[in-house]
Write a protein of this length. Structure first.
Length: 425
């Protein structure tokens, strides 16, 4: 075989490898904590949408799917031994078959998610999403019980009741935060004075550090590298609080007004950070600085809720532009918007999505509307450019889709679906 043929074969192998590359979606904001996937997918969908790998009935819940060990995990509300409880499910990621289920505690919400008595789209349910890491699954219930399960069989490895062990202070509607896995640690908010932000060893659950007197929101913390320094950023009722993950030392703060509910995770892009609060507050961004070892956060801009407002729909960032679903529970009509991160300028707005969720994959925003439509939109600040659309789910979808190993995983308060969008060479 001549050198040219060998080179062509090698090039073809590299190309096939890049197309075949897949990864699990291991946490609420994905494996990179920012709502992005590094996979390539099919962006041209057939008329009926991508091939359905499986579709299964589910009960109430706003949890998303995460994957690992050949399984897809999510939370639902389900009756167990005569009581409604939050339950962690493990489904076979190839068939959707339920492999195991484990109750997390009482599912009773003071403020429900119904759209009214006439709604047939599903009610309330768990808002938190499990996290998968190293053959274990971590859950954080609405009553703030943190549990670690063996992913193979659901056997409990360890647990902590934050309300009782750490003088926890829950929030109205109860906790919606998901556990964050970063390195060897699990991070959650919600403790009392002097222990409001908590880090546990992921293997045996012992407390690595506890600090601060911050009131929690529904927000899930994120991990990010800023100026070469790894950090975990919490969105608390006082604003953004960044800490060193290994010991909880405060790195920087960005004060931000809180009222009633903040559900989104912080969005970090380079040296900028974004957050938003519903119920007539609005959205803001800060620019982060570093001199020597000292960090700082300088406000860049603020927009009132009537202009830019995320309730629980964490947006994503691509090339310095924020894309996401905006508005306060504007069911079915709420807009998708593109916002310039550095200025807060709205580049475009498109109505008709409601409070669903989105992720970033292969240069596109994959959106799940609250009515169950999956929509693929180019990450293009110049104009709204819709590439594909499929009505994928019945029920209410107040969550975001996941992308793992060439498949979209999405769910509603009534069902879950897995779709094949693997890129073809």
């Amino acid at each position: 075989m001549n050198a040219k043929a060998l080179a062509l074969m090698a090039g073809g192998t590299v190309m096939l490898s890049s197309f075949a590359h897949g990864e699990d979606w291991t946490q609420y904001r994905g494996p990179y904590h920012d709502g992005t996937s590094h996979e390539q997918i099919q962006t041209t969908w057939p008329a009926g949408g991508p091939r359905v790998v499986w579709r299964v009935p589910l009960t109430d819940g706003f949890s998303t799917f995460v994957t690992g060990d050949g399984k897809a995990f999510t939370l639902v509300a389900r009756e167990v031994e005569g009581a409604m409880q939050e339950v962690c499910l493990a489904l076979d990621d190839k068939t959707g078959q339920e492999l195991w289920s484990k109750p997390l505690g009482v599912a009773k919400y003071d403020y429900g998610g119904d759209r009214g008595p006439a709604s047939n789209e599903g009610g309330d349910g768990p808002r938190s999403t499990p996290a998968y890491d190293d053959h274990h699954v971590y859950t954080y219930s609405s009553r703030m019980v943190l549990k670690c399960f063996d992913a193979a069989n659901g056997n409990i490895a360890w647990s902590h009741d934050i309300l009782h062990e750490f003088a926890g202070r829950n929030i109205s509607w109860e906790s919606g935060a998901s556990p964050l896995i970063e390195g060897g640690l699990v991070f959650v908010p919600g403790g009392g004075p002097g222990q409001s932000l908590l880090a546990f060893d992921k293997h045996d659950g012992h407390v690595v550090w506890k600090a601060f007197d911050e009131r929690m929101t529904h927000s899930t913390p994120v991990a990010a590298t800023i100026y070469g320094v790894r950090q975990v950023v919490f969105f608390t009722q006082s604003g953004l609080v960044s800490v060193a993950p290994e010991n909880g030392t405060a790195l920087w703060r960005y004060p931000f007004r809180f009222q009633t509910a903040s559900g989104i995770s912080p969005v970090i892009w380079g040296n900028m950070a974004y957050c938003s609060c519903a119920y007539d507050i609005g959205s803001g961004a800060c620019r982060l600085t570093k001199q020597g070892t000292k960090f700082g956060a300088a406000p860049m801009w603020f927009q009132p809720a009537s202009v830019i407002n995320n309730q629980w729909m964490t947006p994503v960032c691509a090339n310095g532009y924020i894309y996401g679903l905006f508005g306060k529970r504007e069911f079915s009509t709420g807009p998708m918007k593109c916002v310039e991160f550095s200025s807060g300028k709205i580049m475009w707005s498109k109505d008709g999505f409601g409070p669903g969720g989105c992720i970033l994959v292969d240069g596109h925003i994959l959106v799940l509307s609250d009515a169950g439509d999956l929509v693929l939109v180019k990450a293009n600040p110049a104009a709204y450019t819709e590439v594909a659309r499929m009505h994928a789910l019945s029920g209410k979808c107040w969550n975001c889709p996941s992308l793992a190993n060439g498949r979209i995983y999405a769910r509603s308060t009534k069902e879950g679906v897995c779709l094949d969008v693997a890129a073809q060479p």
